[in-house]
Design a protein around this ligand. Structure first.
Ligand SMILES: Cc1cc2nc3c(=O)[nH]c(=O)nc-3n(C[C@H](O)[C@H](O)[C@H](O)COP(=O)(O)O)c2cc1C
Length: 185
């Protein structure tokens, strides 16, 4: 088995052309030789509803296994109305609960888990979203290792064209964040 660290990337946007997914893909390519990276697919996770919590839906069990297997989780999220997106909050809410009712012994998948945060959006570089996410990660007892992480603003041209080419200085900052995360594990 590989002794590379396993990183789980969680993209807060479900949009097919997501700029945050482009950011995550860049980081995955940067880390390709140094870590095993999985970009989580979780669009099939239902909204948290305690009526369907136990037994956990298959999608929740699958996502939970990915979180549990990871040495660290790196969140890439846009900002929706100055906070994190609903899909991202939803998946974290699921991860904050046991798979089996009343199981308080099995560690939760985020407990003590090193976590990193990034986001690309408008002028404030997702500061509101990243702060909210960091606060939530502390509530669920994960371990944000880089504070609120790194934020990026979309180049003006991207809003017009829909094409996101990560500016070189932003790519360098993201690469440094990736290296810092690995070094912290
Ligand atoms: C419901 C909604 C709320 C938004 N609120 C913000 C916001 O508070 N700050 C911001 O910078 N961008 C905001 N945006 C714009 C997003 O930054 C932009 O749509 C971005 O491309 C979404 O990320 P994605 O490309 O990864 O899907 C909002 C977009 C939506 C759909």
């Amino acid at each position: 088995m590989s002794d590379k660290k396993r990183l789980l990337f969680v993209v807060g946007s479900l949009r097919r052309g997501s700029f945050n997914r482009i950011l995550a893909t860049h980081a995955a390519e940067h880390l390709a030789d140094q870590a095993e990276v999985e970009i989580l697919e979780y669009a099939d996770v239902p909204l948290m509803n305690q009526d369907i919590e136990f037994p956990a839906p298959a999608s929740v069990s699958r996502v939970r296994a990915s979180f549990s297997a990871a040495d660290a989780v790196w969140f890439f999220s846009p900002e929706y109305n100055r906070t994190m997106t609903a899909p991202m909050k939803n998946v974290i809410d699921w991860m904050s609960r046991p798979l089996v009712a009343g199981d308080y012994k099995t560690p939760l998948p985020l407990t003590g888990k090193p976590a990193a945060i990034s986001g690309v959006g408008g002028a404030n570089a997702t500061a509101g979203s990243r702060a909210a996410l960091r606060a939530l990660l502390e509530v669920v007892k994960a371990r944000p290792v880089q504070g609120d992480g790194e934020g990026f603003s979309l180049p003006a041209a991207t809003w017009a064209t829909g094409v996101y080419e990560i500016p070189a200085e932003d790519a360098a900052r993201l690469d440094a964040q990736a290296d810092g995360l690995l070094a912290a594990l």
